[in-house]
Each structure stands twice: as C-alpha cells, then as structure tokens.
Design a protein. Structure first.
Lengths: 346, 346
DNA sequence: CTGAAAGCGCTTACAG
DNA sequence: CTGAAAGCGCTTACAG
C-alpha cells in the first residue's frame, strides 16, 4: 500500500491522519483543534480558518474510538429493537438510521427478542461499548430499570409513557386506534366482531382491546367474551384463532386483529374454511404493514407510523444529547381503508 | 449512585473495573492479565487461576473501546446490508447477529440502499470505527474495490464469487433455482411462462433468468421474448408487469417471478383482472419469504436460506479473523411446493 | 484565547 | 514466564 495508492482511493477514511497532523499543518496545538471540533471554546478567527483548511486538505476525520476512550463522546447510540427480522421494526430502524446519520451519529443495532433478560444484556453491552445514549423500541425493561439506566446516560423509549431527566418516551395511542377500527366495523353494520389479541402481557395489545371494548359499549353493545381470542402476533396464531372459532361454531361477521400479521393469518384461516373476505367476513388489522398492501384482498388497517417513530426517537435522542429535553408528538392513529372490510350481510 | 447500589444491579456492565484492578487483585501485572485474556502467551497455571478468579469476582469485562485504540481488536464487525427494512435481509441480519454474538463479537449494522457510493461511505465509516472485519450482503462495490478493501481488513461478501487472501465469498446457486422453478412449471404442463425479472443490473435476477432460459431450451421450447418483463423487485412492479401483459393481450398460463415480492404483486394484479390463481394462472416466486407462506393462496417458491446465509457469512468472518480461510457451502436451492401453482389448463 | 501535560483502558514490543 | 514503559488518538483540567 503505497502512500500514492492511499491518496488515490477516494472514500478511504481518515487512514493515518490524526489530530496531531492537522494541528501541525495549521500551526496550532492539538488541544486547539480539539476545541474547535467540539465547539468547546471560542477561538480566534484566524486559527479557526487555518484549522478548517488543514482538516479539509488532509481529509481528517476524528477517530471515534479515541474520542470514546478519552471520555468524550463516541458519537454512537445504541438501539435495542425487539427483532431485526420483523416488517414492523424494520421501518423504525431505518428511520432511526437516517436521523442519526444526519446528525453525525452511528446507530448500534442489537435485538432483545422480546426478552427482559436479553434486553438487560443488550443494554450492558451497549454501555461497555460506550455509546452516548440508548434508544429502546418497545422496551421489556421495567420502569425502574429504565429510570436507573437513564441516570447513567440519555435514554429514549417507545411504547410507554415515562418521563425523567435524561429520559424521553414516545407512545402511540393504541386505545384510540382500537376504537377507530372497531367503530369503523360498527359503522359497516357489524355487531359480532372478533378481537384477536396479541401476547397477553403486551401492553399495546391490551390498549387496543380497551379501545375495542370502549367502542362496543359506547354503541350500546354487550361484549361477548367468546369473541375475544388470543394469539401471539404471528400469522400462524391468527389463522389458528379463527379456525378455532369456526370449529366452535361461534358466529361472527367481522374480525379485528391486534396486528396485521394476525389479520393476514386470519384471512388465510377464513380462506381455508371457504369464507370469503370481505363478502362473508370483514377483516381489519393494525400496523399497516407493507405486506397488507399487497395481500388479497388488500388489508384495511390502522396505520402506525413506525418509520416516523424511529425518526422521532432518534431526534429525541439528539435533543437529549444536546442537553435539552425533547417534546415530541407522534401522529395520531388513522384507519386506512382498503378492501378487506365491507358492509355486514349477516 | 452509591457503590452499594452499583453492586446490586446485576446486569450493570464493567462499570469502573479496569484491567489494572484485576491485576492488583490477582497480584500480577496488567500485561499478564491482558495476555491471558488474549491467549497471547503461556502463563503459569497458578497465575492463570488467580486472574480467572479476580475477573470473576470483580465481574470484569474488557473495554472494547480501549482495546480498539490500543491497536488490538475492537471485537466488532461491520455488516453492510442493502436494507434494514426488508423481509429478505432481516433474516440474514438475525443470522449474523446470532453467530457473531456467540463468538464474542458485536455486529455494527449499516445500510447501503443498493447504492455503490453509499456503500463506500458505509465501509469508510466502519473502518473509522475500527471494526475488525466487514461483511457485505450483496455488495454493490466492484470486485477491485472489494479486493482493495480486503487488503486492509478481513472481508466476507455474499452474492458473488470472489476469493483472495482475507476475502471470502458466499453465493447462492441462482441459476439452478431458476431452472428448478421453470422445470416445475414445465412439468405441470405450462408452456407459456412469464418471467418477471428484477432490476436489470442485478446479477441474481440475471442468473435466475439464465436458469429459466436453460430449462425452456432443454425442453425444446423457443423463448418468446414478450414473456420477459422487468420489475424492480417491489410488489408494485410485479403487479404492473402482469397488468401490462394482460392489457397487451399476451397469452400465458404461468408466471415465474425473480422474487417473492414481485410474485405477490403479480398475484394481486391477476386478482384485479379477475384471473384465479392457480386455476387460471400459476405463480412461482423466489426467496420463500414469510409473507408468501400466508398469502392467498400460499406461494410456491424457491427457498433461499437467508438466515443460514447470514450465519455462514458470520462464521466465515470468524474463521478469517482467526487467521484461517473458510470453506463454506450454502445449501442448494429447492422448490417449496405450496398452493399457487397447478396443472396447466390452457 | 491557547499550550503542555496527564489520562482514558488497553496492547505490545522491549527487556529481563 | 512476566514487568515496566510507551503508545493508540483524543479530551480536559491546569496554567498561563
């Protein structure tokens, strides 16, 4: 690797050029360069210029590793997601990546698999890597654990309401979303509406269920508990839930699933039993995943802004890192009407 | 934060415990502890024991940041994927994460968005973060660029064949997959089979197309170029491709799409024009995505082991990092028969 | 406003 | 086999 060679390669980052080298080139000390880089002190215009020049011509890029060691920032933020392999979180991760990169930070993604212990491990690992802050998407950690974490470094958590110094949270109005889906079905004339819940311990699902109950009651309807079935958010569980109901000869004309994946499964279950959607049974999901846009028939669903959620979480982290407290608001849920629900003909 | 408090929190990583502290506790020097940790030298049994004890009782975890600075390993490997938000890459990312973690490495995921320049940036960023190696999933970088990169640090790339010292590659037999899908349709009696290609510059898609051509010719069939249409791997493009064909009154009884997403789109397009799958038109996809398992009807597809691909790529990296050259083999493609294809009735 | 110096927590020649 | 020392590239009190 000749020097010539390394000069040639255009994208070749910061190879050997150190802060010492730009200091020398600019005729100042490394301390001064550092201060200019960090905006830590006011510097004379002349020196600032000289340093800027040196940086540009040498193509200097600060070494985040050294920065991290020196107790400065690593310019990286940990992002714990529940899954790397989920259509729902994927959009959020991309949103986080975009915003973080724009602000000069690098995300460190790691997945907790919906498991509290695993999530603890993730947080520890992230801290040992000296991230500047941690974003948790739908954390499994308890409120106290989160609060404790936030005393060490800035934390942003989605999916719950919890505020503290250095801790920002971002939550979606699942209750309202649940009501919207149910009211829509009610307006179409449906009265016997199945609700397929997600994991029993999952708050999002419970809130959506509350919205469902609220809407039915507000409509003067009693709730038939046989219409409440449980899945685990997977397509398979949605199909099984519906087939179980059909086998038990429970009558219904509509299904509201706590997420799109179960709604998709429910549609398949109905299809297997020869029931046409939406002619015989209407189906509404929750999340508005890409997969629902192209299934047959395209799925009516409550839109959840997962990409924006990722972006907002990242912005909140950047604000926190800047020493201010963010005040961000997620868009309200809204129903996206497609073709899986229609008038009740029962 | 009292010391008591920090002792209590179980997952609380490596807080202030440094190599210096364990050295003191074990009655040896930091150098010795370091050597034991890195297996760099043979150490007397007694000291090894003492150090192990000290590490355990203090709960010492090496600081990867310091390690990285000192020129040692950072125990992190960069993973550039094309998308954070794709059902296909998601499974691969999870595979990578599992294997890397098991070996004590942390992945640094970053997405290149199918863009060569962007990918260059990713690689630079990763290098400035001092990753020990880089895994690229379906890299957009040219062979020479990859070779150049591999002279700096270990590289594993999927989706092409390219070997060099410090560079391992892993590719899937797309040609065979293309043949399998086509031969299957041929066996079902189809003669007019549409092929929906992905992006024109995408090698995977071209290889699958080659497989398609090969199978048809081997069957003594001439290829009607009107049956070759192009999409961009998205559902939408699959739907549009099919609708275009139908509008142009091109006759066909089967569709083979270069990926599942376009196959799903094709099914929707057929549905919109009132064509029943598989009664009137058979559809076969490629990838075997989760979304295809639960669509209606469930999609017959060529299984691509994306999760294993991620795992194998990570294992290859670990082998490279250990100074050996990996020799890994991806499973062969195989067709998963579901319900979207049936006998030709045209 | 700006240097020189110490230090972050490790690793690695260099000497025993 | 094992220490003491230097150094990785930065930041940050400490002194001007």
């Amino acid at each position: 690797m000749s020097p010539l060679n390394s000069l040639r390669s255009p994208g070749a980052a910061a190879e050997p050029v150190t802060i010492e080298m730009v200091a020398r080139a600019a005729g100042v000390s490394a301390s001064t360069v550092s201060r200019i880089l960090n905006g830590t002190a006011t510097v004379s215009e002349a020196k600032a210029q000289a340093v800027a020049q040196a940086i540009a011509s040498l193509g200097y890029v600060p070494n985040p590793v050294a920065r991290g060691l020196a107790g400065g920032r690593t310019l990286s933020v940990g992002v714990v997601t529940q899954s790397l392999d989920s259509p729902f979180y994927g959009a959020a991760l991309r949103g986080v990546e975009i915003e973080l990169q724009a602000a000069g930070y690098s995300p460190l993604f790691i997945s907790g698999q919906w498991n509290e212990r695993e999530e603890q491990r993730c947080a520890s690992l992230l801290r040992s890597r000296r991230v500047d802050g941690i974003i948790l998407l739908d954390a499994r950690l308890s409120d106290p654990a989160l609060l404790e974490l936030a005393r060490r470094l800035p934390v942003v958590v989605t999916g719950r309401k919890l505020e503290a110094p250095g801790l920002a949270s971002l939550s979606f109005d699942n209750f309202l979303g649940g009501r919207q889906a149910t009211e829509y079905l009610l307006r179409l004339g449906h009265r016997r509406i199945v609700f397929i819940a997600g994991a029993a311990d999952h708050q999002d699902s419970s809130e959506r269920l509350l919205g469902y109950r609220h809407a039915l009651r507000a409509h003067g309807l009693r709730i038939d508990e046989r219409l409440l079935v449980f899945g685990d958010y997977s397509e398979r569980s949605g199909a099984e839930a519906i087939e179980g109901l059909l086998d038990a000869r429970v009558a219904f004309s509509a299904v509201f699933a706590a997420n799109d994946q179960m709604a998709l499964g429910a549609m398949l279950g109905l299809h297997r039993r020869g029931m046409a959607v939406p002619r015989q049974v209407s189906v509404v999901g929750f999340d508005d995943l890409q997969a629902g846009h192209f299934c047959i028939p395209p799925l009516t669903s409550i839109h959840q802004p997962s990409h924006e959620m990722g972006q907002l979480a990242a912005q909140a982290m950047i604000t926190l890192l800047a020493g201010r407290h963010p005040d961000l608001q997620l868009p309200l849920p809204r129903l996206i009407e497609r073709e899986s629900a229609g008038p009740c003909r029962a």
